[in-house]
Ligand binder design. Structure first.
Ligand code: 5GP
Ligand code: ZN
Length: 189
């Protein structure tokens, strides 16, 4: 949805002239403007929700084994249970993946992860835990609502086998500096 287009429609509303002639114009405009943005945000979210199974899980339209919930974050068991207690932690606000995630949403999401990881540890005493976040199909993302996998580890052969090939020999320290510089130059806050 194009937010600016809808904003334009709002200013053509018949109430506009009435409000503009009012001494309360700045206050009223601010109030309505805030409400309009809230409404558009909800509509945009609703459109994104329509085909999203994780949004349906949050809304209770698809059942899940809930591990944790608050006003911003939902956590539930991954149906695949790669290892016992394998949990997905998701923001309630739909966001496709890490590229599209506002910092505030990331902050809220990640702030709950230590609490949930410790709860898994206390429940099942794993030897460790892997956090995994897949983004885009090439990186094995299959559900396009941001999620972090919490995969408790019980030892070799427990079900999770990260495939990690090192290329240390392929990079000089100058190469590493050049790669770091290329990324650093693209940092946008
Ligand atoms: P991804 O591959 O996108 O990183 O992870 C998606 C995860 O969602 C998979 O591990 C998959 O097992 C899990 N998943 C997919 N559909 C459902 C579902 O309906 N319920 C639950 N609990 N997990 C699901
Ligand atoms: Zn969603």
């Amino acid at each position: 949805m194009n937010r600016s287009t809808n904003y334009g429609k709002f200013f053509r509303h018949p109430l506009t002239s009435l409000i503009q002639n009012s001494l309360l114009y700045p206050v009223q405009l601010y109030t309505i403007d805030k409400r309009l943005h809230f409404k558009l945000d909800r509509e945009e979210q609703k459109m994104a929700h329509e085909d999203c199974i994780f949004c349906k899980i949050i809304d209770g339209d698809i059942p899940s084994a809930k591990v944790y919930e608050d006003d911003k974050v939902y956590a539930f068991l991954d149906i695949s249970q790669v290892t016992k207690g394998h949990t997905l932690v998701i923001p309630k606000e739909h966001t496709k993946n890490i590229y599209e995630t506002p910092p505030e949403t990331a902050k809220e999401l990640f702030s709950r992860i230590p609490v949930i990881a410790n709860a898994i540890r206390d429940a099942y005493q794993p030897l460790g835990i892997n956090l995994l976040n897949n983004n885009e199909p090439v990186a094995e993302q299959s559900v396009f609502h941001l999620h972090v996998h919490l995969i408790p580890r019980y030892g070799d052969g427990d079900g999770y086998t990260p495939n990690w090939i090192t290329h240390t020999e392929d990079y000089t320290s100058d190469d590493l500096q050049a790669v770091a510089k290329a990324i650093n130059e693209q940092i946008k806050h």
